[in-house]
Design a protein around this ligand. Structure first.
Ligand code: SF4
Length: 76
């Protein structure tokens, strides 16, 4: 199971508080709106990601859990 950060661009105020809290995971565009860096959150940054989600004043930042694709061996 992968965990990813997502932003609701409609709810976001663009003040960039999340990027201050989690610079390893979030950058800002030229207007101050967050850019999520990478896809899956590395395990060592999950606590930081949860803190940024919990402290987002607009509840615009959230975590998404995505099933990791599995590969099945092929037999011939
Ligand atoms: S803390 Fe929340 S409202 Fe503020 S820039 Fe980040 S996602 Fe947007």
């Amino acid at each position: 199971m992968e965990v990813r950060l997502r932003v609701d661009p409609v709810a976001c105020d663009g003040f960039g508080h999340c990027a201050e809290l989690a610079p390893e995971l979030i950058s800002l565009d030229e207007w101050g709106y967050p850019i999520i860096l990478g896809e899956s959150i590395p395990k060592q940054f999950r606590g930081v990601a949860e803190m940024a989600v919990n402290q987002c004043p607009r509840k615009a930042l959230f975590l998404e859990r995505v099933a990791t694709p599995t590969t099945t061996p092929t037999t011939r």
